[in-house]
Write a new protein. Structure first.
Ligand code: ZN
Length: 413
């Protein structure tokens, strides 16, 4: 079940069509485009793991009865392969490459490069380890691999049918829904207390229980509707939103990494962002003058044992830490937003999760050929980890450079 594509690769730029979903959601094989009958969120279901019931569960609201049978089957993505890309340079980590499938040389396949020549690569607790160290992704790398978990633009207007996923933690909250998001006008007495607008996660996959039952975020893929497998809790999350604060206002953001809560405070008054855990101030950075604080894009991630804070696309804080030596305790309410001073409103609120690499065998997976990848060898993995047939499954995991056809130019979505 690789991404088999049409075998015609003469020329410099070669157009091909993706034939399976091992790189979903970045590259799609034949699929159906579903618009949720309840919340209007659009998502794509592959046919690699088609639903036997011909019903799809919406990843955004958990509605289970989206009818697939009447939907047109769409072709896989058309992509082009740049055969010149690696004429002078080697593939880089994160590149999506097309290559001759080493397990079936009559087929092309498309995967993402995750291990480079000279490295020892392993997968532990869903993460990629390179030479024994957790590979910590930048925000840009994270966004390439991230899966959208909840887009609040598609919340149901009628809260009596379905309660909102973002709600004030206390009944006496000053947060109110607006057309685009939420607004808080804190009472004067509220400047020292926290009135958190909290995200509550529901599972959003088929289950006999109520869809509004809270659950930690998992490595569910809406694309794989008919695939029956064990799901894993994912604690690497990314929150993004547009934020408007008063001229001297402050807004706080909360993120739980499965072990602890971190708080990021943005102060328009002092033009700074500060990161703390409990009473400990971990970092404080001045926001550059060229960023207009009237309305900013906030990205806050707990990714690969680090907290990432970006304001209007600029990564201002990248705080790395060591994981605690205790089991993870994921929460169903891992994210929060609070107004600390003056009016505060947020819009385009989205929650993403990081990729969770699966082991093809129980326990840790380490590349077990020779101890290191050779000078012209790579390790390649599919983004759709449960579905992808890649280095993890091959008798010899390494992909030799001479099998690489070129770099896949990714379609815009
Ligand atoms: Zn929905």
């Amino acid at each position: 079940m690789g991404v088999a594509i049409v075998l015609r690769y003469q020329g410099v730029i070669v157009p091909v069509r993706v034939a399976s979903g091992s790189m979903a959601e970045q590259l799609l094989g034949p699929h159906r485009l579903v618009t949720c009958a309840e919340c209007g969120f659009a998502f794509r279901c592959g046919i690699d793991a088609d639903s036997p019931l011909q019903m799809a569960t919406c990843p955004n609201c958990g509605f289970e009865r989206n009818d697939l049978s009447s939907l047109m089957l769409r072709d896989g993505d058309r992509v082009v392969i740049d055969r010149w890309a690696y004429f002078r340079h080697l593939p880089q980590r994160g590149d999506v490459v097309a290559f001759v499938d080493p397990t079936n040389q009559a087929q092309l396949a498309v995967k993402r490069v995750m291990g480079l020549p000279g490295e020892v690569v392993a997968i532990r607790r869903g993460e990629l380890f390179v030479d024994g160290q957790l590979h910590r992704k930048s925000l840009e790398e994270t966004k390439k691999l991230a899966t959208l978990v909840y887009d609040d633009a598609f919340r149901l207007g009628d809260a009596s049918r379905l309660p909102p996923r973002w709600q004030g933690e206390d009944a006496a909250t000053d947060w109110r829904p607006t057309n685009e998001g939420y607004r808080c006008t804190p009472a004067i007495s509220a400047t020292t207390t926290s009135d958190w607008l909290m995200y509550r996660h529901w599972r959003c996959y088929t289950s006999p229980n109520s869809r509004t039952e809270e659950s930690p975020i998992t490595d569910n893929y809406a694309y794989n509707q008919g695939l029956s497998r064990e799901l894993h809790e994912v604690t690497d999350l990314l929150l993004s939103c547009e934020l408007t604060v008063a001229e001297d206002g402050e807004a706080a953001f909360l993120i739980h990494d499965g072990w602890a809560s971190f708080m990021m405070l943005l102060s328009a008054k002092t033009r700074s962002v500060a990161l703390s855990r409990g009473e400990d101030l971990l970092d404080r950075v001045v926001i550059p003058n060229y960023i207009d604080l009237q309305r900013v894009t906030i990205e806050l991630g707990a990714i690969d044992d680090q907290i990432l804070v970006a304001v209007s696309g600029e990564t201002l804080i990248r705080h790395e830490y060591l994981p605690l030596a205790v089991p993870l305790q994921p929460t169903s309410r891992p994210l929060g937003i609070a107004a600390r001073r003056g009016d505060c409103s947020v819009s385009n609120v989205r929650v993403y999760r990081d990729i969770h690499h699966l082991n093809p065998i129980r326990g840790d997976w380490a590349w077990t050929g020779r101890t290191r990848l050779g000078v012209e060898e790579f390790l390649v993995l599919g983004d759709n980890s449960p579905l992808s047939n890649d280095s993890r499954h091959w008798p010899e995991p390494e992909l030799h450079r001479e099998l690489v056809i070129g770099k896949v130019l990714m379609p815009r979505r």
